[in-house]
Design a protein around this ligand. Structure first.
Ligand code: GAL
Length: 755
């Protein structure tokens, strides 16, 4: 640690924004290369408490999070070009372990997973990269980025000092380093910062001193594999040397003061600045009103003025860099979503799901330009602050006799309030002119803004064919037999969402029967004698409480307030009506909706994650025995999606549950040549999965989000252009009795939304 090296003569520089004289940044101590390596002004990347330095030059880090795994390789160049044009000098991305180790000991860094190529594209555009390598990521991604196989490693506890866990992390990091290290800034590459672990504070209480030791072990591993040749970071709960960083909707002066009271070594880096939030099935989180069926509303999600105010406040209080989480949210293709996360990860942010700048993006671009004009003042000027007679905060940065003035006029802590119109901030540049005004710039951006329009690409309805998914009796030879239901992931290893649980029930008294799955995940269909009799009621809970019953041998630790929110999050109760006396066949289809992203969703370490049924099934209070489990759909087992042309499809009949649907459509070479985005309007569908030309588009679910309009949580699904060709096959697996007849393909041509 070089902490002792600094003599912070002006350590009180952040004591209360209103009163303090904020120390001139150029008075500060020697920068250091990384957390505990010797200082070097000419290092590719270094830092001191004021800012980061690139080749010895101070720079504000204006970064946006863009996960290469949430777009296609073909989209990466345009995403980066647009980000740069909107003023970013850095791109942050998580590196999802399960993307690169899809099977135990099978590593994949090619094609759509070609991290090296992504980094080269950044380098070619002179964009720095803030690589968030995990091993734990969170991010609403399946299993928070962990490979599902980890769950079943003998004696593992994930995210703490557990030897089986550490061994897998070490092996992966060594492999990952081969890909990453040639791209480190110290070797002329774009990777300037590396984050290890993620928001450990959320789970720290559970793992106690062992958890802290694990963080130190991670910091050491980062060094051992060479990542720490550039500065390493840990957000929200650092230990062991990496730069400690903060996340939130806003970082108030008070929060900075608290941070500084514990840390006077690191620059202030805001690693997650939220432009809005993600959606889960059945819950659309909005700060504004959205109507998916009508014109796109530019101000949906968090108001960009609130973001600008938060950024300027942070800057005024010594902020050295910020990262929008997300900058481009993108899409959770295939089965990449965490439990309950929608396929879209739009995040109502700067670049929309398809990668086009939104009004918010253009507005933030204006803010970035204004800030960059005055960057030298913010980084090297001597700053003083006063309160104006009207009660606004006035910050003035003086550099060589010229001033930049920022006036902040709002109540701190009220950024997400209902009336951002009343709040404002203005930057007056060194020439004495207003160069950014939260309100005025929005008015101008809006005036120039044209909403992009979607249009159908076919006038006649699509022609569909069907293939009925067979019920379990016809697949009995595939069944695993056991007296009690076997937990789903033991059978599927998360290679499918689906698993059948079948048995027989004896009904002695006619009438309604109560079927109870006390611990089950995630969504169930109950078939009696081959007919759908009941199903789970939506919406499901995101944080479901303890995933196993109380075990006196292992007293539960609540690490997080989210963990005690629910006690019956896995309980599925069904009333089967009008069942006649006799023996009946019971088939339960368990459908998973993604693995959890963190401990707090199950109030246990992540290796406790479970799907399907794991504590038996009760009929009228009595346990049911003698179960057959069939993992995978028949359509999956025969490879229906890849072999669509060799399947015997029938013409479309009346809607019934559990059907695969196929349609073929053509696009002319001229159409494909145009710069456009494509989506599927899933009108009329229920719940299941979508595939385009063999690629997993994602899970679909038209479940309604309760709200003023009662609209589906997600009706539109991104069809990446690079997956389209002149001859196309679209396949839907539909769990419910829903028809594909109203489904439409739509396109949005570039123009209005492009920059
Ligand atoms: C943070 C986490 C991110 C992401 C975000 C919510 O707590 O670090 O990975 O999950 O929340 O979108």
């Amino acid at each position: 640690m070089r902490l002792g090296k600094y003599n912070f003569a002006r350590r009180d520089f952040l004591k209360g924004a209103g009163a303090a004289i904020l120390g001139g940044r150029n008075l500060w101590a020697q920068p250091v290369l990384a957390s505990d390596t010797p200082g070097d002004q000419s290092a590719a990347v270094s830092f001191d408490p004021h800012s980061f330095l690139f080749n010895g030059k101070r720079k504000l880090l204006i970064s946006g999070e863009l996960h290469y795994a949430r777009s296609t390789r073909a989209m990466w160049p345009a995403l980066l070009d647009r980000s740069k044009a909107l003023g970013l000098n850095c791109i942050a991305t998580y590196v999802f372990w399960n993307l690169h180790e899809p099977e135990r000991d099978v590593y994949d860094f090619a094609g759509e997973r070609d991290l090296g190529h992504f980094l080269e594209l950044c380098k070619a555009r002179e964009i720095y990269v803030f690589l968030r390598v995990g091993p734990y990521c969170c991010a609403e991604w399946n299993y928070g980025g962990y490979p599902p196989y980890l769950r079943d490693e003998p004696n593992i506890t994930i995210r703490t000092m557990s030897p089986p866990y550490l061994a897998r992390v070490e092996k992966y990091f060594e492999r990952l380093a081969n890909e990453v290290n040639p791209h480190l800034a110290t070797r002329g590459g774009p990777v300037a910062l590396i984050q290890v672990e993620n928001e450990y504070a959320n789970v720290a209480k559970r793992y106690g001193p062992q958890g802290q030791e694990y963080l130190r072990w991670m910091a050491h591993l980062a060094k051992q594999v060479g990542f720490a040749d550039v500065p390493t970071t840990m957000c929200e709960g650092a230990a062991g040397g990496p730069i400690s960083t903060v996340n939130g909707f806003e970082i108030t002066a008070k929060r900075i003061e608290e941070f500084r009271s514990k840390n006077d070594r690191d620059p202030l880096l805001w690693t997650e600045l939220y432009p809005s939030w993600y959606d889960t099935w059945g819950v659309k989180r909005e700060t504004g009103v959205v109507d998916n069926t009508k014109e796109w509303r530019p101000l949906w999600g968090r108001d960009p003025r609130s973001m600008a105010l938060a950024i300027l406040t942070f800057l005024a209080n010594g902020g050295a860099g910020w990262n929008y989480y997300m900058w481009h949210g993108g899409t959770n293709f295939g089965r990449n979503s965490m439990y309950l996360q929608t396929t879209s990860y739009d995040f109502r942010t700067a670049l929309d799901e398809y990668g086009r700048p939104t009004l918010k993006g253009v507005y933030l671009g204006r803010l970035h330009k204004a800030i960059q004009t005055c960057e030298a003042w913010f980084l090297e000027g001597k700053v003083s602050s006063t309160v104006t007679p009207a009660g606004a905060q006035r910050f003035a940065w003086n550099l060589n006799g010229r001033e930049v003035v920022l006036t902040l006029d709002y109540e701190p802590g009220a950024l997400n309030g209902p009336d951002p119109h009343a709040k404002s901030a203005k930057i007056v540049g060194p020439e004495g002119k207003t160069i950014f005004d939260t309100q005025g710039d929005l008015v101008e951006t809006q005036a120039a803004w044209k909403a992009p329009a979607w249009e159908p690409i076919h006038s006649a309805p699509l022609q569909w064919h069907a293939w009925s998914e067979p019920m379990p009796p016809s697949r009995a030879q595939k069944a695993v037999h056991s007296s009690q239901p076997v937990e789903q992931l033991l059978l599927t290893k998360d290679h499918t969402d689906y698993c059948w649980y079948s048995t027989k029930i004896d009904v002695k008294t006619a009438g309604p029967q109560e079927l109870l799955i006390p611990y089950g995940g995630d969504f169930f269909y109950i078939y009696l004698d081959g007919k759908l009799a009941a199903q789970t009621t939506a919406p499901l809970k995101e944080d479901r409480g303890p995933i196993t019953p109380e075990d006196p041998a292992h007293p539960r630790i609540n690490a997080n307030s989210l963990e005690s929110r629910s006690t019956d999050g896995y309980r599925h109760e069904f009333n089967l009506s009008d069942v006649v006396v006799g023996t009946h066949r019971l088939d339960i289809l368990a459908t998973a909706l993604g693995m959890i992203k963190g401990d707090w969703q199950i109030a246990s370490p992540m290796n406790f994650e479970r799907k399907g049924i794991w504590e038996g099934v009760l009929l009228n209070g009595a346990q049911l025995n003698d179960w057959d489990m069939i993992p995978f759909l028949a359509g999956e087992t025969i490879g229906l999606v890849k072999q669509a042309s060799s399947i015997q499809w029938s013409t479309l009949g009346a809607p019934k549950p559990l059907c695969w649907y196929k349609t073929e459509f053509q696009l002319s070479a001229g159409t494909l040549a145009a710069d456009a985005d494509y989506r599927l309007n899933a009108a009329g569908l229920g719940k299941g999965m979508l595939f385009l030309n063999g690629h997993g588009v994602g899970r679909h679910w038209l479940v309604v989000s309760p709200g003023p309009d009662n609209l589906p949580t997600q009706q539109f699904y991104h069809l990446p252009k690079s997956w389209l060709s002149t001859e196309n096959t679209l396949i839907v697996f539909e769990e419910q009795a829903a028809s594909p007849k109203a489904v439409q393909l739509e396109r949005r041509r570039a123009g209005a939304a492009s920059i």
